[in-house]
Ligand binder design. Structure first.
Ligand SMILES: [Zn+2]
Length: 72
């Protein structure tokens, strides 16, 4: 069935954790694009919490996605 892939994508887009993860990715990436300190790997006071939140949500999402994949 060709529909199964699309269904998985739409499920993922409805996941509040995935939405939060994508939002924080955008916030972090948008900030880094305009911040020389963060581009140099030395997060500024404004960027640091954005990057920390993104890393936390990325870890949480990765663990959740892994747990779902491990299910039979
Ligand atoms: Zn910065």
């Amino acid at each position: 069935m060709s529909g199964s892939k699309e269904l998985a994508v739409s499920d993922r887009n409805d996941d509040p954790l995935f939405i939060a993860y994508m939002r924080s990715f955008e916030a972090s990436a948008t900030h880094t694009a305009t911040c020389g300190d963060c581009q140099d790997g030395e997060p500024c006071a404004k960027g640091d919490p954005l990057h920390a939140e993104f890393i936390t949500l990325q870890d949480t999402w990765t663990q959740k996605a892994r747990a779902e994949r491990a299910r039979p």
